[in-house]
Design a protein around this ligand. Structure first.
Ligand code: MOS
Length: 730
């Protein structure tokens, strides 16, 4: 179905199953170890061999020679493939990352060889016998130093996002503004640090290949691997039923999928391969660090008159910029605006998507700037944001937000958090030796519409089976799809089986850009409508009036058990959701407010987050339990961004030193306080028939700035360079 006009009342609105806090239907399998992950497909393949990837030890240059002779003689070794044995594999779409093939090295830990052996240990041991000679050039890896070589750049997303994004006369308005701010902020490189590393099991049957891999978007993996291998898409099956987190790292194929496939072809054995954890930070993608300059001009009563935001960032040649100015375009009103980005070339892991790409690092800076401006104005920071709310796109005022309740997020958050107890003067709240600070920030993230398909079958026994290549990356997709099918077909959720992550199923939106839940459930909604019609037709009921409730189909004075429709054979509904032009007329976005209370040891600078609260406006909440988990996970990630996470580059060699979970600090339970989440319930009929929006990323947006602002409130020290480690307070 094409969704082209705002949704009217529909069966989802009954909310008998959708909107209920159903526990994860895949939960028992996950906690009992019976949900098979990509590296664990003992059930699917017999007699697998094991691979180990060798990464380059230079960041820029060429491989001259790779010696695999000793490795080939090592016990159990079946094959040793090197990058010099192949031409360069063409990068997939949305990435320029060089996975394998050819002599050119573009970033540290680029895969240069693969060893395949009878056992994991044999492959690993043999890999250490491989030696390589390089011709290396000095790597460009210092963003500040490369600034002078940076070029103006747009976001990758096309006409809506021009290189020059100027409205009014920023310079004049900024010069004339009675209150101004002009500051520089930096955000560091981040790595996704998902629990399950990239991993693939690959097996060929003749010229057909199956991979079990850890993918957020199955169809993207299928398309890019098929293109890299030069095989027809129809000859490649990708399965990803369970995924241990992604955060954007697994949107696109990585070296494990390509090399497992090559290794399996050469050895004629199924091959299991992970992109080893220590190779991920340099050999995968990163959230690219930024240097941002923000200039704000305001009237004395706190109306923004001028917004200037420039972000510098660096990436491999041909790769795109981290769109840190993206939220600034739509967050606050102001008649004069100058937003721009520049991009330098860096020989580091490719900057690419990580949870709330653009918005997360942009708001890390911008929402500190708003706090600073509030202080200069002597206006409460919550109030300053309320005064600058806009209900229209500042670039084209005829384009309204489909639903924007940022002001309510701010007001409800302030009320629930006890914001009135905050003292605005830094260092004025104490608890013994601890200085106490309260901070807040606003959050923003686009709601993206992506076509998504699904199939639903009414089985002869009355059960329903949903099939789509959609993934569940730990978010609760299985559960909300079961809820959607149950609501549409009028049965309890336990009558529904959900099968995901198989490229032989209808193509879905996949999990990314916080677009998974809304689009995938909408695709299933469309499929359910076709199944309802098929059921009505089979039962001889009027499809226009048939209602599906309580396990029955009801029309006029007839009430027939749903299962009866399948007695003569299973019935199938198969459709996809596509979208019309509603997003030309409406901006679709999600909003949030984030509040944090922090304690800072006045002698040591040790920081302890004590309380956090998020208030989120993201349309209809499909399942309050899984939605809350999404927000809590994102807030936890925000604590990492604020206080801990940074990839540290060794500028001599161009590699991230802390490239494992020992050296790259992320929060653990002991770091995380009580977190509260409030979802405002404003179904959005413009977003989809589900009236839902994305929730996977909005929970992160603004968190780090709220904590940074709390640190300032506690100490009077304004740290503008993330992460806020205690040395910056001493
Ligand atoms: Mo998200 S960064 O699109 O997984």
């Amino acid at each position: 179905m094409k969704f082209a006009t705002p949704a009217g009342e529909n069966p989802i609105d009954r909310l008998t199953v959708v909107g209920q806090p159903l526990r994860r239907i895949d939960g028992a399998r996950k906690v009992s170890g019976t949900a098979p992950y990509a590296y664990e497909r003992h059930d699917a393949v017999t007699d697998p061999a094991y691979g180990w990837i060798v990464g380059a030890t230079i960041a820029r240059g060429r491989v001259k020679r790779i010696d695999v002779a000793a490795a080939l003689r090592a016990p159990g070794v079946l094959a040793a493939l090197t990058t010099l044995d192949f031409g360069a594999f063409k990068p997939g779409f949305r990435t320029t990352l060089h996975l394998f093939g050819g002599a050119e090295i573009r970033h540290y830990h680029q895969a240069i060889a693969l060893v395949v052996a009878e056992t994991f240990e044999q492959a690993r041991a043999a890999a250490h016998l491989i030696s390589a000679e390089y011709e290396s050039a000095s790597p460009r890896c210092d963003l500040a130093r490369e600034a002078s070589n940076a070029e103006p750049t747009a976001d990758r997303d096309g006409p809506d996002y021009p290189v020059v994004d100027r409205i009014g006369d920023f310079e004049a308005a900024f010069a004339a503004a009675p209150v101004t701010l002009d500051e520089r902020y930096t955000t560091p490189d981040h790595t996704h640090a998902m629990m399950e590393p990239h991993a693939t099991t690959a097996a060929w049957q003749g010229d057909k290949l199956t991979i079990w891999t850890s993918a957020q978007v199955v169809s993207w993996h299928r398309d890019s691997l098929a293109a890299a291998l030069g095989i027809a898409k129809e000859n490649l099956r990708v399965e990803a039923p369970f995924i241990g987190g992604g955060f954007g790292a697994k949107l696109l194929m990585r070296a494990d999928a390509l090399l497992a496939s090559l290794g399996a072809r050469v050895t004629r054995r199924p091959v299991k391969l992970t992109l080893q954890r220590p190779l991920i930070a340099n050999g995968g993608t990163r959230r690219a660090g930024t240097i941002q300059r923000i200039r704000l001009g305001a009237t004395r009563d706190g109306r923004l008159t001028a917004i200037g935001h420039h972000s510098l960032n660096g990436n491999l040649e041909g790769a795109f910029a981290e769109a840190a100015i993206a939220p600034t375009r739509l967050m606050y009103g102001a008649p004069n605006r100058d937003l721009s980005m520049t991009l330098a070339t860096l020989d580091l892991a490719e900057g690419n998507d990580m949870r709330a790409p653009g918005e997360a690092p942009g708001l890390m800076a911008f929402e500190i700037a708003m706090d600073e401006l509030a202080e200069k104005l002597g206006i409460d920071p919550v109030e300053l944001r309320i005064r600058n709310d806009t209900q229209v796109d500042p670039r084209s005022p005829r384009r309204r937000f489909s639903g924007r309740h940022l002001v309510e997020c701010l007001q409800v958050g302030a009320e629930r958090f006890g914001w009135s107890r905050r003292h605005p003067a830094p260092g004025s709240m104490r608890d013994g030796r601890w200085l106490i600070g309260m901070g807040m920030a606003a959050g923003f993230r686009l709601n993206l519409l992506v076509p998504s398909g699904a199939r639903i079958r009414l089985e002869r026994d009355g059960r329903l089976t949903v099939e789509t290549d959609m993934t569940d990356i730990g978010t609760g997709t299985y559960t909300i799809l079961a809820q959607t099918a149950a609501e549409m077909m009028g049965v309890p959720a336990d009558r529904v089986t959900v099968r995901l992550g198989d490229s032989s199923f209808p193509q879905s939106a996949g999990s990314g850009g916080q677009f998974g839940a809304n689009n995938a459930t909408s695709g299933l909604y469309a499929a359910c409508l076709t199944l309802r019609d098929a059921v009505s037709a089979r039962l001889g009921l009027d499809p226009g009036t048939a209602e599906f409730a309580g396990g029955d189909v009801i029309s006029g004075d007839r009430r027939v058990p749903l299962a009866q429709a399948a007695e003569g054979g299973a019935l199938v509904g198969d459709d996809q959701i596509t979208y019309g032009d509603l997003d030309k007329e409406f901006v679709q976005a999600t909003f949030g407010s984030q509040f944090a209370e922090i304690a800072v040891d006045q002698f040591t600078g040790e920081m302890r987050v004590r309380r956090m609260l998020a208030v989120i406006d993201a349309g209809r909440v499909l399942n309050p339990l899984t939605a809350r988990s999404q927000a809590i996970g994102a807030m936890t990630m925000g604590v990492g961004s604020a206080l801990m996470e940074a990839l540290a580059v060794d500028k001599r060699y161009g590699f991230f030193v802390n490239h494992d979970l020992g050296g790259y600090e992320v929060p653990v339970h002991a770091d995380i306080p009580r977190q509260d989440v409030v979802f405002l319930d404003h179904p959005d009929p413009v977003s989809s028939p589900m009236k839902a929006k994305g929730i996977g990323e909005i929970g992160l947006c603004g968190v780090a700035a709220a904590i940074a602002n709390a640190v300032y409130n506690a100490t009077g020290i304004r740290v503008r360079d993330y992460p806020i480690t205690l040395d910056k307070l001493l």
